[in-house]
Design a protein. Structure first.
Length: 478
Protein backbone atom coordinates (compact mmCIF):
# COMPACT_ATOMS: atom_id res chain seq x y z
CA UNK A 1 0.00 0.00 0.00
CA UNK A 2 1.49 3.36 -1.04
CA UNK A 3 2.11 6.20 1.35
CA UNK A 4 -0.38 8.37 -0.60
CA UNK A 5 -3.09 5.73 -0.22
CA UNK A 6 -2.40 5.59 3.52
CA UNK A 7 -2.84 9.32 3.76
CA UNK A 8 -6.05 9.24 1.71
CA UNK A 9 -7.45 6.50 3.94
CA UNK A 10 -6.78 8.63 7.02
CA UNK A 11 -8.25 11.86 5.70
CA UNK A 12 -11.56 11.27 7.49
CA UNK A 13 -9.73 11.45 10.81
CA UNK A 14 -8.23 14.87 10.18
CA UNK A 15 -9.66 17.72 12.21
CA UNK A 16 -11.60 19.82 9.72
CA UNK A 17 -13.08 23.30 10.11
CA UNK A 18 -16.61 23.42 11.50
CA UNK A 19 -19.13 25.86 10.08
CA UNK A 20 -18.86 28.14 7.10
CA UNK A 21 -15.20 29.13 6.85
CA UNK A 22 -12.57 29.03 4.19
CA UNK A 23 -9.74 29.63 6.62
CA UNK A 24 -7.04 27.03 7.10
CA UNK A 25 -7.14 25.52 10.57
CA UNK A 26 -4.35 26.72 12.91
CA UNK A 27 -1.56 24.16 12.68
CA UNK A 28 2.20 23.69 12.85
CA UNK A 29 2.97 20.25 11.29
CA UNK A 30 6.74 20.76 11.21
CA UNK A 31 6.78 21.76 14.87
CA UNK A 32 4.68 18.69 15.70
CA UNK A 33 7.29 16.50 14.01
CA UNK A 34 10.09 18.25 15.90
CA UNK A 35 8.35 17.60 19.22
CA UNK A 36 7.80 13.90 18.53
CA UNK A 37 11.36 13.51 17.22
CA UNK A 38 12.75 15.07 20.40
CA UNK A 39 10.66 12.71 22.54
CA UNK A 40 12.35 9.72 20.89
CA UNK A 41 15.92 10.92 21.49
CA UNK A 42 15.62 12.13 25.10
CA UNK A 43 14.25 9.82 27.80
CA UNK A 44 13.34 12.78 30.04
CA UNK A 45 11.59 14.85 27.38
CA UNK A 46 8.12 13.35 27.88
CA UNK A 47 7.98 14.51 31.52
CA UNK A 48 8.46 18.08 30.28
CA UNK A 49 5.50 18.09 27.86
CA UNK A 50 3.08 15.54 29.32
CA UNK A 51 0.98 18.21 31.13
CA UNK A 52 0.91 20.42 28.05
CA UNK A 53 0.21 17.96 25.24
CA UNK A 54 -2.36 15.24 24.63
CA UNK A 55 -2.81 13.11 21.51
CA UNK A 56 -5.55 15.40 20.21
CA UNK A 57 -3.24 18.41 20.61
CA UNK A 58 -1.68 17.37 17.31
CA UNK A 59 -3.30 18.41 14.03
CA UNK A 60 -1.79 15.66 11.87
CA UNK A 61 -3.60 12.34 12.60
CA UNK A 62 -0.47 10.21 12.26
CA UNK A 63 1.33 12.48 14.72
CA UNK A 64 -1.56 11.91 17.10
CA UNK A 65 -1.06 8.16 16.83
CA UNK A 66 2.70 8.34 17.33
CA UNK A 67 2.30 10.57 20.39
CA UNK A 68 -0.34 8.22 21.78
CA UNK A 69 2.14 5.34 21.47
CA UNK A 70 4.79 7.44 23.26
CA UNK A 71 2.33 8.27 26.03
CA UNK A 72 1.42 4.61 26.47
CA UNK A 73 5.10 3.65 26.75
CA UNK A 74 5.64 6.34 29.38
CA UNK A 75 2.64 5.15 31.40
CA UNK A 76 3.97 1.58 31.25
CA UNK A 77 7.41 2.78 32.40
CA UNK A 78 9.13 1.57 29.24
CA UNK A 79 11.92 3.37 27.32
CA UNK A 80 10.95 5.65 24.45
CA UNK A 81 13.00 5.39 21.26
CA UNK A 82 12.60 4.52 17.57
CA UNK A 83 12.40 0.78 18.18
CA UNK A 84 10.01 0.83 21.14
CA UNK A 85 7.68 3.37 19.49
CA UNK A 86 7.63 1.34 16.26
CA UNK A 87 6.85 -1.80 18.22
CA UNK A 88 4.08 -0.07 20.19
CA UNK A 89 2.48 1.24 17.01
CA UNK A 90 2.54 -2.27 15.58
CA UNK A 91 0.83 -3.65 18.71
CA UNK A 92 -1.75 -0.86 18.53
CA UNK A 93 -2.41 -1.78 14.90
CA UNK A 94 -1.56 1.74 13.69
CA UNK A 95 1.96 1.30 12.33
CA UNK A 96 0.82 1.19 8.71
CA UNK A 97 -1.55 4.10 9.30
CA UNK A 98 1.32 6.40 10.28
CA UNK A 99 3.42 5.39 7.26
CA UNK A 100 5.35 2.44 8.65
CA UNK A 101 8.78 2.35 10.33
CA UNK A 102 10.09 4.82 7.75
CA UNK A 103 7.94 7.66 9.15
CA UNK A 104 9.03 6.96 12.73
CA UNK A 105 12.67 7.01 11.66
CA UNK A 106 12.12 10.22 9.72
CA UNK A 107 10.69 11.91 12.81
CA UNK A 108 13.66 11.03 15.02
CA UNK A 109 16.14 12.16 12.40
CA UNK A 110 14.67 15.65 12.17
CA UNK A 111 16.12 16.92 15.46
CA UNK A 112 19.56 16.82 17.00
CA UNK A 113 18.51 17.58 20.58
CA UNK A 114 15.47 18.21 22.78
CA UNK A 115 16.70 21.61 23.96
CA UNK A 116 13.71 23.50 22.53
CA UNK A 117 11.01 20.92 23.18
CA UNK A 118 9.13 22.96 25.80
CA UNK A 119 8.95 25.97 23.49
CA UNK A 120 7.84 23.80 20.58
CA UNK A 121 5.27 21.98 22.71
CA UNK A 122 3.68 25.30 23.70
CA UNK A 123 3.31 26.17 20.01
CA UNK A 124 1.51 22.87 19.35
CA UNK A 125 -0.72 23.42 22.40
CA UNK A 126 -1.63 26.96 21.35
CA UNK A 127 -2.58 25.83 17.84
CA UNK A 128 -4.74 23.09 19.34
CA UNK A 129 -6.47 25.55 21.67
CA UNK A 130 -7.15 27.89 18.73
CA UNK A 131 -8.76 25.03 16.77
CA UNK A 132 -10.96 24.15 19.73
CA UNK A 133 -12.08 27.76 20.09
CA UNK A 134 -12.92 27.89 16.38
CA UNK A 135 -14.88 24.66 16.68
CA UNK A 136 -16.90 25.85 19.69
CA UNK A 137 -17.57 29.23 18.08
CA UNK A 138 -18.67 27.63 14.82
CA UNK A 139 -21.06 25.27 16.57
CA UNK A 140 -22.63 28.16 18.50
CA UNK A 141 -22.78 30.25 15.31
CA UNK A 142 -24.62 27.47 13.46
CA UNK A 143 -27.10 27.03 16.31
CA UNK A 144 -27.63 30.80 16.58
CA UNK A 145 -28.88 30.86 12.98
CA UNK A 146 -31.49 28.24 13.90
CA UNK A 147 -34.48 30.19 15.22
CA UNK A 148 -35.83 27.12 17.03
CA UNK A 149 -32.98 27.38 19.53
CA UNK A 150 -33.46 29.48 22.67
CA UNK A 151 -30.82 32.23 22.82
CA UNK A 152 -30.53 32.07 26.61
CA UNK A 153 -29.83 28.34 26.39
CA UNK A 154 -27.21 29.01 23.72
CA UNK A 155 -25.51 31.58 25.96
CA UNK A 156 -25.40 29.04 28.77
CA UNK A 157 -24.03 26.40 26.42
CA UNK A 158 -21.36 28.79 25.13
CA UNK A 159 -20.32 29.77 28.65
CA UNK A 160 -20.21 26.12 29.70
CA UNK A 161 -18.15 25.10 26.68
CA UNK A 162 -15.64 27.89 27.16
CA UNK A 163 -15.30 27.19 30.86
CA UNK A 164 -14.84 23.48 30.23
CA UNK A 165 -12.20 24.32 27.62
CA UNK A 166 -10.35 26.61 30.02
CA UNK A 167 -10.42 23.96 32.75
CA UNK A 168 -8.97 21.33 30.40
CA UNK A 169 -6.18 23.63 29.31
CA UNK A 170 -5.34 24.97 32.77
CA UNK A 171 -2.08 23.63 34.13
CA UNK A 172 -0.18 24.49 37.25
CA UNK A 173 3.47 23.60 37.53
CA UNK A 174 5.08 22.21 40.65
CA UNK A 175 7.16 24.48 42.88
CA UNK A 176 10.23 24.07 45.04
CA UNK A 177 9.25 23.93 48.69
CA UNK A 178 11.27 26.92 49.99
CA UNK A 179 8.80 29.65 48.97
CA UNK A 180 5.95 27.53 50.32
CA UNK A 181 7.74 27.27 53.68
CA UNK A 182 8.25 31.05 53.73
CA UNK A 183 4.57 31.68 53.03
CA UNK A 184 3.50 29.16 55.67
CA UNK A 185 5.75 30.82 58.28
CA UNK A 186 4.17 34.17 57.43
CA UNK A 187 0.73 32.61 57.88
CA UNK A 188 1.75 31.24 61.29
CA UNK A 189 3.11 34.65 62.34
CA UNK A 190 -0.10 36.33 61.21
CA UNK A 191 -2.13 33.77 63.14
CA UNK A 192 -0.03 34.40 66.26
CA UNK A 193 -0.89 38.10 66.04
CA UNK A 194 -4.59 37.23 66.37
CA UNK A 195 -5.20 36.99 70.09
CA UNK A 196 -8.58 35.34 69.49
CA UNK A 197 -6.93 32.45 67.63
CA UNK A 198 -8.89 33.07 64.44
CA UNK A 199 -7.05 32.63 61.16
CA UNK A 200 -10.09 32.80 58.88
CA UNK A 201 -13.36 34.67 58.51
CA UNK A 202 -15.27 34.49 61.83
CA UNK A 203 -18.79 33.05 61.83
CA UNK A 204 -19.76 35.00 64.95
CA UNK A 205 -20.41 31.77 66.86
CA UNK A 206 -17.63 31.49 69.39
CA UNK A 207 -17.57 27.76 70.02
CA UNK A 208 -17.87 27.01 66.32
CA UNK A 209 -15.00 29.38 65.56
CA UNK A 210 -13.04 27.72 68.37
CA UNK A 211 -13.16 24.46 66.39
CA UNK A 212 -12.67 25.85 62.89
CA UNK A 213 -10.53 28.94 63.68
CA UNK A 214 -12.89 30.71 61.28
CA UNK A 215 -13.69 29.91 57.67
CA UNK A 216 -10.38 29.37 55.89
CA UNK A 217 -9.39 30.63 52.46
CA UNK A 218 -9.73 28.13 49.59
CA UNK A 219 -12.09 25.94 51.65
CA UNK A 220 -15.45 24.67 50.48
CA UNK A 221 -17.85 24.57 53.43
CA UNK A 222 -21.10 22.63 53.09
CA UNK A 223 -23.93 23.52 55.50
CA UNK A 224 -26.68 20.93 55.18
CA UNK A 225 -29.99 20.11 56.78
CA UNK A 226 -33.48 18.81 56.20
CA UNK A 227 -36.32 21.28 55.50
CA UNK A 228 -37.44 23.18 58.64
CA UNK A 229 -34.10 22.65 60.37
CA UNK A 230 -33.11 26.26 59.77
CA UNK A 231 -30.06 25.92 57.52
CA UNK A 232 -31.02 29.06 55.57
CA UNK A 233 -31.68 30.95 58.82
CA UNK A 234 -28.30 29.80 60.08
CA UNK A 235 -26.64 30.90 56.84
CA UNK A 236 -28.30 34.33 56.93
CA UNK A 237 -27.55 34.80 60.63
CA UNK A 238 -23.94 34.01 59.92
CA UNK A 239 -23.95 36.35 56.89
CA UNK A 240 -25.26 39.14 59.13
CA UNK A 241 -22.52 38.43 61.66
CA UNK A 242 -19.81 38.47 58.98
CA UNK A 243 -20.91 41.53 57.00
CA UNK A 244 -22.61 43.65 59.68
CA UNK A 245 -20.76 42.77 62.90
CA UNK A 246 -17.27 42.12 61.52
CA UNK A 247 -17.52 44.29 58.36
CA UNK A 248 -16.05 41.53 56.18
CA UNK A 249 -17.14 41.96 52.53
CA UNK A 250 -19.40 39.06 51.61
CA UNK A 251 -21.15 37.85 48.47
CA UNK A 252 -24.48 36.03 48.74
CA UNK A 253 -26.06 34.09 45.88
CA UNK A 254 -29.73 33.68 46.75
CA UNK A 255 -31.23 31.16 44.34
CA UNK A 256 -34.35 30.49 46.41
CA UNK A 257 -35.31 33.95 47.68
CA UNK A 258 -35.47 37.33 45.99
CA UNK A 259 -33.35 40.22 47.24
CA UNK A 260 -36.41 41.66 48.98
CA UNK A 261 -37.21 38.38 50.74
CA UNK A 262 -33.63 38.00 51.87
CA UNK A 263 -33.47 41.54 53.23
CA UNK A 264 -36.83 41.07 54.98
CA UNK A 265 -35.37 38.09 56.82
CA UNK A 266 -32.26 40.08 57.70
CA UNK A 267 -34.46 42.88 59.08
CA UNK A 268 -36.42 40.33 61.13
CA UNK A 269 -33.12 38.96 62.43
CA UNK A 270 -31.64 42.33 63.38
CA UNK A 271 -34.79 44.08 64.58
CA UNK A 272 -36.27 41.03 66.32
CA UNK A 273 -39.63 41.47 64.63
CA UNK A 274 -41.55 38.41 63.50
CA UNK A 275 -41.26 37.71 59.79
CA UNK A 276 -45.03 37.48 59.39
CA UNK A 277 -45.43 41.01 60.75
CA UNK A 278 -42.78 42.37 58.40
CA UNK A 279 -44.67 40.71 55.55
CA UNK A 280 -48.03 42.15 56.57
CA UNK A 281 -46.73 45.48 57.87
CA UNK A 282 -48.85 45.07 61.03
CA UNK A 283 -46.31 46.29 63.59
CA UNK A 284 -46.98 47.65 67.07
CA UNK A 285 -45.68 51.10 67.96
CA UNK A 286 -42.67 49.71 69.84
CA UNK A 287 -41.86 47.48 66.87
CA UNK A 288 -41.98 50.46 64.50
CA UNK A 289 -39.60 52.28 66.83
CA UNK A 290 -37.30 49.28 66.94
CA UNK A 291 -37.39 48.97 63.14
CA UNK A 292 -36.55 52.67 62.71
CA UNK A 293 -33.59 52.42 65.06
CA UNK A 294 -32.04 49.10 64.16
CA UNK A 295 -32.51 48.91 60.40
CA UNK A 296 -29.64 51.39 60.18
CA UNK A 297 -27.41 48.59 61.38
CA UNK A 298 -27.81 46.99 57.95
CA UNK A 299 -27.19 50.14 55.92
CA UNK A 300 -23.86 50.31 54.09
CA UNK A 301 -22.76 46.84 55.22
CA UNK A 302 -20.40 45.18 52.70
CA UNK A 303 -22.88 42.55 51.54
CA UNK A 304 -23.45 41.98 47.82
CA UNK A 305 -26.46 39.90 46.75
CA UNK A 306 -27.26 38.15 43.47
CA UNK A 307 -30.77 36.69 43.31
CA UNK A 308 -30.68 35.48 39.69
CA UNK A 309 -33.11 32.52 39.42
CA UNK A 310 -31.89 29.33 37.72
CA UNK A 311 -28.29 30.48 38.05
CA UNK A 312 -25.66 28.33 36.36
CA UNK A 313 -22.34 27.53 37.99
CA UNK A 314 -20.62 29.37 35.13
CA UNK A 315 -22.58 32.59 35.72
CA UNK A 316 -21.89 32.28 39.44
CA UNK A 317 -18.17 32.01 38.79
CA UNK A 318 -18.15 35.09 36.58
CA UNK A 319 -20.09 37.15 39.14
CA UNK A 320 -17.98 35.86 42.04
CA UNK A 321 -14.79 36.95 40.30
CA UNK A 322 -16.29 40.43 39.80
CA UNK A 323 -17.33 40.61 43.46
CA UNK A 324 -13.81 39.77 44.56
CA UNK A 325 -12.00 42.04 42.11
CA UNK A 326 -14.37 45.03 42.30
CA UNK A 327 -15.57 44.91 45.93
CA UNK A 328 -12.89 42.96 47.78
CA UNK A 329 -15.30 40.18 48.78
CA UNK A 330 -13.61 37.79 51.23
CA UNK A 331 -16.23 35.04 51.46
CA UNK A 332 -19.14 33.76 49.35
CA UNK A 333 -22.32 31.93 50.32
CA UNK A 334 -24.63 30.03 47.94
CA UNK A 335 -28.23 29.24 48.93
CA UNK A 336 -28.45 26.53 47.88
CA UNK A 337 -26.29 24.04 45.99
CA UNK A 338 -29.02 21.88 44.44
CA UNK A 339 -30.59 24.91 42.76
CA UNK A 340 -27.45 25.53 40.70
CA UNK A 341 -27.18 23.99 37.25
CA UNK A 342 -24.42 23.30 34.75
CA UNK A 343 -26.18 24.35 31.55
CA UNK A 344 -24.13 23.76 28.44
CA UNK A 345 -22.73 20.48 29.76
CA UNK A 346 -24.27 17.05 29.34
CA UNK A 347 -24.58 14.50 32.13
CA UNK A 348 -25.96 11.01 32.38
CA UNK A 349 -27.92 11.96 35.51
CA UNK A 350 -28.42 14.66 38.13
CA UNK A 351 -25.88 13.05 40.45
CA UNK A 352 -23.12 13.64 37.90
CA UNK A 353 -24.21 17.26 37.46
CA UNK A 354 -24.20 17.94 41.22
CA UNK A 355 -20.77 16.31 41.47
CA UNK A 356 -19.42 18.61 38.74
CA UNK A 357 -21.02 21.70 40.32
CA UNK A 358 -19.45 20.85 43.69
CA UNK A 359 -16.07 20.36 42.04
CA UNK A 360 -16.36 23.78 40.36
CA UNK A 361 -17.28 25.44 43.67
CA UNK A 362 -14.17 23.95 45.25
CA UNK A 363 -12.07 25.10 42.29
CA UNK A 364 -13.56 28.58 42.62
CA UNK A 365 -12.57 28.72 46.30
CA UNK A 366 -9.02 27.74 45.38
CA UNK A 367 -8.83 30.17 42.47
CA UNK A 368 -10.14 33.19 44.42
CA UNK A 369 -8.45 32.09 47.67
CA UNK A 370 -11.58 32.70 49.72
CA UNK A 371 -13.98 30.43 51.62
CA UNK A 372 -17.05 29.34 49.67
CA UNK A 373 -20.07 28.28 51.75
CA UNK A 374 -22.79 26.26 50.03
CA UNK A 375 -26.07 25.40 51.72
CA UNK A 376 -27.30 21.93 50.84
CA UNK A 377 -30.36 19.71 51.16
CA UNK A 378 -30.25 16.34 52.89
CA UNK A 379 -32.16 13.33 51.61
CA UNK A 380 -35.10 11.75 53.45
CA UNK A 381 -33.03 9.12 55.23
CA UNK A 382 -33.16 11.12 58.47
CA UNK A 383 -36.96 10.98 58.56
CA UNK A 384 -36.97 7.18 58.49
CA UNK A 385 -34.76 6.75 61.56
CA UNK A 386 -35.87 6.84 65.19
CA UNK A 387 -34.46 8.36 68.36
CA UNK A 388 -31.96 11.13 69.06
CA UNK A 389 -29.10 9.30 67.37
CA UNK A 390 -31.29 8.21 64.48
CA UNK A 391 -32.40 11.76 63.73
CA UNK A 392 -28.81 12.92 63.79
CA UNK A 393 -27.74 13.61 60.15
CA UNK A 394 -24.95 11.55 58.63
CA UNK A 395 -22.59 12.18 55.72
CA UNK A 396 -24.44 9.49 53.78
CA UNK A 397 -27.56 11.70 53.97
CA UNK A 398 -26.08 14.32 51.64
CA UNK A 399 -28.57 14.55 48.82
CA UNK A 400 -27.86 13.47 45.24
CA UNK A 401 -24.12 12.99 45.30
CA UNK A 402 -21.37 11.51 47.47
CA UNK A 403 -19.05 13.89 45.61
CA UNK A 404 -20.33 16.70 47.85
CA UNK A 405 -18.59 15.10 50.80
CA UNK A 406 -15.54 14.29 48.67
CA UNK A 407 -14.92 17.89 47.55
CA UNK A 408 -15.93 19.63 50.79
CA UNK A 409 -13.31 20.64 53.34
CA UNK A 410 -15.94 21.05 56.05
CA UNK A 411 -19.41 19.53 56.26
CA UNK A 412 -21.77 20.96 58.89
CA UNK A 413 -25.26 19.74 59.68
CA UNK A 414 -27.96 21.93 61.21
CA UNK A 415 -30.25 19.80 63.36
CA UNK A 416 -33.05 20.71 65.76
CA UNK A 417 -34.02 17.67 67.86
CA UNK A 418 -36.93 19.70 69.24
CA UNK A 419 -38.57 19.44 65.80
CA UNK A 420 -38.77 15.66 66.36
CA UNK A 421 -40.09 16.09 69.95
CA UNK A 422 -36.69 15.28 71.44
CA UNK A 423 -35.93 17.70 74.30
CA UNK A 424 -32.81 16.31 75.94
CA UNK A 425 -29.50 15.03 74.60
CA UNK A 426 -27.42 12.11 75.87
CA UNK A 427 -25.59 14.46 78.26
CA UNK A 428 -28.81 15.66 79.84
CA UNK A 429 -28.67 19.10 78.25
CA UNK A 430 -31.99 20.86 77.65
CA UNK A 431 -32.71 21.09 73.90
CA UNK A 432 -35.77 23.35 74.06
CA UNK A 433 -35.15 26.19 71.58
CA UNK A 434 -31.71 24.81 70.74
CA UNK A 435 -30.05 23.71 67.51
CA UNK A 436 -27.17 21.31 67.09
CA UNK A 437 -24.45 22.53 64.74
CA UNK A 438 -22.72 19.25 63.90
CA UNK A 439 -19.25 19.40 62.34
CA UNK A 440 -19.29 16.00 60.64
CA UNK A 441 -16.20 16.50 58.46
CA UNK A 442 -13.27 18.81 59.04
CA UNK A 443 -10.31 18.17 56.77
CA UNK A 444 -7.98 20.46 58.75
CA UNK A 445 -9.10 19.85 62.29
CA UNK A 446 -11.50 18.36 64.80
CA UNK A 447 -15.14 17.44 64.48
CA UNK A 448 -17.78 17.95 67.16
CA UNK A 449 -21.08 19.56 68.14
CA UNK A 450 -21.97 23.12 69.08
CA UNK A 451 -25.31 24.13 70.62
CA UNK A 452 -26.85 27.43 69.55
CA UNK A 453 -30.09 29.14 70.46
CA UNK A 454 -32.64 29.12 67.64
CA UNK A 455 -35.27 31.82 67.48
CA UNK A 456 -37.32 30.77 64.51
CA UNK A 457 -39.73 33.71 64.63
CA UNK A 458 -36.76 35.99 63.89
CA UNK A 459 -34.86 33.53 61.61
CA UNK A 460 -32.03 33.98 64.09
CA UNK A 461 -29.30 31.80 65.59
CA UNK A 462 -27.49 33.05 68.69
CA UNK A 463 -24.68 32.07 70.99
CA UNK A 464 -26.32 30.61 74.13
CA UNK A 465 -24.59 33.20 76.31
CA UNK A 466 -25.66 36.21 74.17
CA UNK A 467 -28.25 38.76 75.26
CA UNK A 468 -31.34 38.73 73.09
CA UNK A 469 -30.21 41.76 71.10
CA UNK A 470 -26.55 40.70 70.79
CA UNK A 471 -24.06 43.38 69.73
CA UNK A 472 -26.83 45.59 68.37
CA UNK A 473 -28.00 46.43 71.91
CA UNK A 474 -24.66 48.21 72.48
CA UNK A 475 -25.28 50.74 69.71
CA UNK A 476 -27.64 53.69 69.73
CA UNK A 477 -29.21 54.35 66.33
CA UNK A 478 -31.43 57.24 67.29
Amino acid sequence: MSEQNNINRRNHRRQQPVGNTNHIQPQAPEVEKAVIGALMIDKDAYSIVCKTLHPDSFYEPRNQMVYEAIRDLAIEGKPIDILTVTDKLAKNGTLEDVGGPAYVTELSSRVASSANIEYHANIVAQKSLARQLISYASIIETKAFDETNDVDDLMQEAAGSLFELSQRNMKKDYTQINPVISQTIQNIQAAAANTDGLTGVPSGYYKLDGITSGWQSSDLIIIAGRPAMGKTSFGLSMAKNIAADYKVPMGVFSLEMSNEQLVSRLISNVCEIEGSKILSGQLRRDEWNRLDKRVNYLLDIPMFVDDTPGLSIFDLQVTARRMVHENGVKIIMVDYLQLLNANGMRFANRQEEVAKITEYLKNLAKELKIPVIALCQLNRGVENREGLEGKRPRLSDLRESGAIEQHADIVIFVNRPEYYNIYQDDNGRDLHGMAQIIIAKHRKGATGDVLLKFRGEFTRFENPEDNSLGPISLVDYE
